[in-house]
Structures are given as structure tokens and as C-alpha cells.
Design a protein around this ligand. Structure first.
Ligand code: ATP
Length: 533
């Protein structure tokens, strides 16, 4: 068997390039580091595309980004070159073989799993037709991988990951990417950081370790999603829940524990605790035996029972949970055990628990309204969802992108004429908002409110904000200006920021202010860094 360090099969340049590509395949695609790795892999071929991290916009789909297309082409060239020299592959040591395997995995992901046409593969419930497509993709990927790895020395090849696990991981990556990239939209810094947090909650910060061992254990960690109402907590929970690892069974050519498994429910079940009585919550979660309470006419399995190992139960508004049920839930988070109402036989919860709240759970805990031990069980993996206001403070232009996304959803854009309809509604809504709402409007209902605003403009050509949102806070810098406490520079910085927020872009603000775009940007950034209001 060839020894790792002695292997001369790769030149040092090739080894470095493969190492960079390997890092790229294992990094969080929503962190700025991903862009740096693209730059390292592409060298002079890298094209700056303006983004600090991947985000959805109307023109670029993730697998159509120019840098991704270039990396794909380079990966294919490298595969062709090494493939035409099997004697070099036969001489690879274990470390180099692992690097080469990452190249193969990368190329096969883009060949077989990425791309809009394969969206059917990642749908949560799998019908017969999509199972057939999945089996077809599996066979193609397996055969390609076998062929590409065949020249490697058998003993070295045995150290590489087995193909079903590779396929299961790639499928999971595809599902997670779709859930995060396509559903959690927003071009601001806080929205980008949210996507990165969600990816990390699924795969942790170390994808190597995740693929080696953690993929089996993530269900043991509960996730807590916090943030204001309507900001997208359920969307985040859904993204995490639907992106859990599902092993692949090569015999049955299917992902294990899919919705067709006996007794298993859908992989993501959401319960809104604030809308249910304590008895109903217990019965829904834990299940009950016949006669356990008035109205329990038959035995019933709870969602904790029905949830498949790769699924998730989402408890919305966890802050409202009755103290007696908190105790039972604590047991589930500690030992995964629970009993049905009226039963003493312990049962096991196999899935993942995700909870959300818009309350300050730490404060509730200090006041004794929420159990401390349960709080600490839940908060090891916490995702904080930013408010819409935070997103717009960071980047006022993000409003346009969000409106376009929501109008497409409202109009249901599917073809060219629907697209035009959505575009015109988006324009109408944005114009209305900029003309009628203050630039610093608080959006107390967050993205949900923005969606309502889109609908309202569609129906009534106007939007009436809730009364509670009407009183606006007065920006402190205006008071400082009235007291003549600001320097001319500070005054101009704040004024530029206000105009920029109202106009929604640097270009427009520069026109109105009679300044050049760069000056406006510098002054807005100076006002933001000062953060004195
Ligand atoms: N980042 C986002 N991208 C796309 N849509 C979003 C985003 N955030 C929120 N939405 C949309 O806003 C609405 C409210 O989202 P969601 O129900 O997830 O909020 P929530 O924080 O769970 O609210 P609540 O606290 O009231 O339960 C949904 O229609 C959702 O699709």
C-alpha cells in the first residue's frame, strides 16, 4: 500500500489545489470564507461578483454563478487529466486519495444533484415517481464514483468513505442548500449571517467531523430559535428540520425513514403551543391511552412517537409551555424518554427537537416562569433571527429584493406574464412604501407584515399600518442638532444616512443630496459606526 507522505503521484501544485478545493467542499457556503476559497481555487480566473456571501437575487441561481461554473470546469479538467494517467492514481497515498475523492465528490454533486431540474429529489415526501428518479441518480453517481476511484490501490480505496454515505451526505447538502438559499431570503448582512447560522446548526462548524461521526448525533442536540414575531422563526425551524441526515439504503435504493415508512409521520411537524390547552399539548406531543382523560376514546400515538429518526418536532411559542409539561419535556431532552398520558411504559423519541420563542427566555427563567434546566438543554444551539428593521438598517436597498420575492409568492409567478405582474406589483408596493411610510418605519410585524403590505397594495392600492406602529421614535441626533451639539461633519453624516434610508440606495441619495455616490457611502458608514442614535 502506498505511504501517504512518500507519494509522488501529485505535484505539490496539484496537491495544494486539491486541498483548497477540499476546503471549499467542506466550508459553510453562506460565510464570506466560501468566497475566499473560491478565489484561492480559481486564482486569476476569479471574478468578483460584488457579494460578500452567497445570497439569492433575481439573476443568479446558485449553480449558475460564474465562479461556480469556472470551478466546475477546472474540476472536470483535473479529473480528466488524472483519469488519463491511472498509474498516478494507483500511487496515491491515503491523504492524497482523500483529496482526490473530494474532487470526485464535488464533480459528482454538480453533475448529479445540483441544478433546478433535480428539485424533485429534495421534496420532503417521496412519491413513487420521485423515488424512481432518486434511484436513477443514485445508480449514476455510484457507477461514476466506482469508475473514477477504480485505479486507486485497493487498500487505499478501502480507507475512503463508502458510497451510500457519500450519497446520503450529498443529498442532505442539497436539501439544506435548497431550504436555506431558496427560502430564507434577504440581501442584508444580518440575513446572510442568519443563513450561515442555519447551515452551522445543521452541519456544525466542522463538516469533516460532521461527515465522520456527528451526522448520527445531531438529533441529540435541540435547537432554539429566537427572534421577534413574523421574522421567520418557523421558516428557520423548517429549514433545520427538513435538512437532517437520512441514511441511504443501497439495497432498497431509498433514503431510510422516508414518509412511506410504517407509522412514520412527515419529517417536520409544527405545533403552536400558544393555541392549545395543556391537555391537548400533552396528548399531541406524548400521545394517550384510551380513557386517559374525558374524550380520549381510543389510544393515540403522539408526535414524539411518530417522528422518524431523521425528522423534527417543532414547538412554537415554547415560552408559553405549562410548567408541568416543561418537566416532561426536560426528560425528553435529557434521556429521550416519555410516556403516553395514562400509560407508564416508557417510549423513545428518535428525532430532533426544535423550539422557538419571541420571548426573552433567559429573563423568564430568571423570573422563575421557565425552568432553568430546560432552558440550558435548549440553548446549546441557538439561532437568532433578525428583525426586518435590523435588516433594513444594515441595507435599505434590501427592501426591494424582499418585496420582489414576496410579490412573486403573492401573485404565484410561474410564467412570463405572471413575472411581469409580480414585477409591476413589486414596483407599486415599493413606491407606495417609500412615499407613505417613514424611512425608519419599525415594521413591528416584520416580514409577515411586509407580506400583508404587499397584499394590501394589491387589493386597495394602499396599506394601513397597525395603530401601535404609528408613534415613531425621534432620532436622538435630531435633538443633538437642535441643541447645536453636532459638528458640521456629524450633521452631514446623519443627514446622509437619513436620506439614504429614505431613498433606498446610494445612487438616488447622491442625486438628491448633490454629492457623489462615494461621499454619501462614506458618510453613511461613518454615521453607522458612530451609532449614537
Ligand atoms: N427570511 C425570510 N425569507 C422569506 N420569507 C420570510 C422570511 N422571514 C419571514 N418570512 C415570511 O414571513 C412570514 C412569517 O414567518 P414565520 O411564520 O416563519 O415567522 P415567525 O417568526 O415564526 O412568527 P411567529 O413568532 O408569529 O410564529 C411567512 O410567510 C414567511 O414565509
Amino acid at each position: 500500500m502506498p505511504q501517504s507522505p512518500a507519494s509522488q503521484a501529485l505535484t505539490s501544485q496539484e496537491r495544494q489545489w486539491l486541498s483548497d478545493l477540499s476546503e471549499l467542499t467542506h466550508c459553510n457556503p453562506f460565510e464570506p470564507r466560501r468566497i475566499e476559497l473560491e478565489r484561492a481555487v480559481l486564482g486569476a480566473d476569479f471574478v468578483p461578483d460584488g457579494g460578500a456571501a452567497w445570497s439569492l437575487n433575481e439573476t443568479t441561481l446558485h449553480d449558475e454563478r460564474p465562479n461556480v461554473l469556472r470551478i466546475n470546469a477546472l474540476a472536470q479538467q483535473c479529473l480528466d487529466r488524472l483519469g488519463s494517467q491511472p498509474e498516478r492514481l494507483a500511487a496515491l497515498g491515503a491523504d492524497d486519495a482523500a483529496r482526490y475523492d473530494d474532487l470526485v465528490t464535488y464533480a459528482l454533486y454538480y453533475r448529479h444533484l445540483a441544478g433546478a431540474r433535480n428539485a424533485v429529489l429534495v421534496a420532503p415526501s417521496t412519491d413513487a415517481a420521485s423515488r424512481k428518479s432518486l434511484a436513477k441518480v443514485w445508480r449514476a453517481l455510484r457507477d461514476d464514483r466506482e469508475r473514477l476511484l477504480a485505479p486507486i490501490h485497493p487498500k487505499v480505496r478501502a480507507t475512503l468513505t463508502d458510497t451510500p454515505h457519500v450519497f446520503a451526505c450529498l443529498h442532505q447538502v442539497r436539501r439544506a442548500f435548497t431550504q436555506i438559499f431558496d427560502c430564507l431570503i434577504g440581501e442584508s448582512g444580518p440575513a446572510a449571517r442568519l443563513r450561515a447560522q442555519v447551515w452551522q446548526s445543521i452541519f456544525t462548524h466542522d463538516m469533516h467531523r460532521y461527515r465522520r461521526t456527528l451526522f448520527r448525533r445531531m438529533g441529540d442536540l435541540s435547537t432554539l430559535v429566537t427572534g421577534p414575531s413574523g421574522a421567520g422563526k418557523e421558516l428557520v425551524a423548517r429549514a433545520v428540520g427538513l435538512s437532517q441526515y437520512r441514511p441511504f439504503d443501497p439495497e432498497g435504493e431509498r433514503l431510510v425513514s422516508d414518509a412511506s415508512d410504517k407509522n412514520a409521520c412527515e419529517p417536520f411537524v409544527a405545533l403552536n403551543l400558544s393555541a392549545m390547552s395543556p391537555t391537548l399539548i400533552e396528548s399531541e406531543l406524548f400521545g394517550h391511552l384510551r380513557g386517559a382523560f374525558t374524550g380520549a376514546v381510543a389510544d393515540r400515538a403522539g408526535w414524539l412517537d411518530l417522528c422518524p429518526p431523521s425528522g423534527a418536532v417543532f414547538l412554537d411559542e415554547i415560552g408559553e409551555l405549562d410548567p408541568a409539561i416543561q418537566v416532561k419535556l426536560l426528560r425528553v431532552t435529557q434521556s429521550r424518554d416519555f410516556c403516553r398520558l395514562g400509560d407508564s411504559r416508557p417510549r423513545r423519541f428518535e428525532g430532533k427537537l426544535i423550539a422557538a420563542t419571541n420571548r426573552d427566555l433567559a429573563a423568564e427563567m430568571r423570573q422563575g416562569a421557565f425552568r432553568e434546566d430546560l432552558y440550558y438543554r435548549l440553548c446549546s444551539d441557538r439561532i437568532v433571527v433578525p428583525s426586518l428593521r435590523e435588516q433594513l438598517d444594515d441595507r435599505p436597498e434590501a427592501l426591494g429584493g424582499l418585496i420582489r420575492f414576496l410579490t412573486r409568492r403573492v401573485v404565484g409567478a410561474a410564467g412570463d406574464s405572471d413575472d411581469c405582474e409580480a414585477e409591476s406589483l413589486a414596483h407599486e408596493t415599493e413606491t407606495w412604501i417609500r412615499a407613505h411610510l417613514p424611512a425608519d418605519y419599525a415594521w413591528p410585524g416584520n416580514t409577515r407584515e411586509l407580506e400583508q403590505c404587499v397584499r394590501s397594495v394589491l387589493v386597495r392600492s394602499e396599506y394601513r399600518p397597525p395603530e401601535s406602529a404609528a408613534p415613531r421614535h425621534r432620532e436622538p441626533w435630531l435633538d443633538s442638532a437642535a441643541r447645536c451639539e453636532l459638528t458640521a461633519d456629524e450633521l452631514l453624516n446623519h443627514y446622509c444616512r437619513k436620506v439614504h434610508a429614505q431613498q433606498g440606495g446610494y445612487e438616488q441619495a447622491a442625486r438628491l443630496l448633490g454629492l457623489d455616490r462615494r461621499t454619501v457611502k462614506t458618510r453613511v458608514e461613518a454615521a453607522n459606526t458612530g451609532r449614537d442614535d
